[in-house]
Design a protein around this ligand. Structure first.
Ligand code: ZN
Length: 176
């Protein structure tokens, strides 16, 4: 399935621009090839009193639904740096020590383009206090603390986040 409907080659303007192998755009006239690569995102699991801090999204995709603090990795940035930066920008909270939890695939639709993503998840190892919570009001309308028992029925925007939290809660249970 095409991630977006492009009719004309953006280089030579010929009709018949093709999306091939679920991976790249190709122009049979001028051979212009453009890979629609998987984008990397990084999110942080912040534990507060045994629950996980989730944000209510102000914007689509998933406006009104829950997500973890996180976002796309910028060019030249590590996933760890991106996860901490996005967390700071969205919540005002800045974990210093994070541990990789795992990665899950996702799809992200934005303004008519469907992006395949690989979502990486990290857990903060520091003690996080909500006293410093200062949400980015352009992106976040509220927060919610989600327990292991609430996870399956929580209105979460992306299944990859739910998968990551399932894994994290079960790792936590195994440690105690
Ligand atoms: Zn072309």
């Amino acid at each position: 399935m095409k991630p977006v409907n492009l009719k004309f080659c953006p280089r030579c303007g010929s009709i018949g621009y093709q999306y091939r192998s679920n991976a790249y755009w190709y122009c049979p006239v001028c051979l212009f090839t453009y890979y629609h690569n998987v984008a990397t995102s990084a999110s942080i699991i912040l534990e507060i009193d045994g629950s996980v801090l989730m944000l209510v999204r102000k914007r689509d995709p998933g406006a009104g639904l829950l997500c973890l603090p996180g976002g796309f990795v910028d060019s030249g940035e590590s996933a760890e740096q991106a996860a901490i930066r996005e967390c700071r920008e969205e919540t005002g909270l800045e974990p210093k020590v994070i541990r990789f939890v795992g990665s899950w695939p996702n799809e992200y639709a934005w303004r008519g383009v469907r992006y395949h993503t690989c979502d990486l998840y990290f857990a903060a190892e520091d003690i996080i206090s909500l006293d410093l919570f200062k949400p980015d009001l352009e992106e976040v309308s509220a927060f919610q603390l989600v327990t292991a028992e609430e996870l399956e029925n929580a209105p979460i925007a992306f299944e990859s986040h739910r998968n990551a939290l399932r894994s994290w809660f079960s790792q936590k249970k195994a440690r105690t």
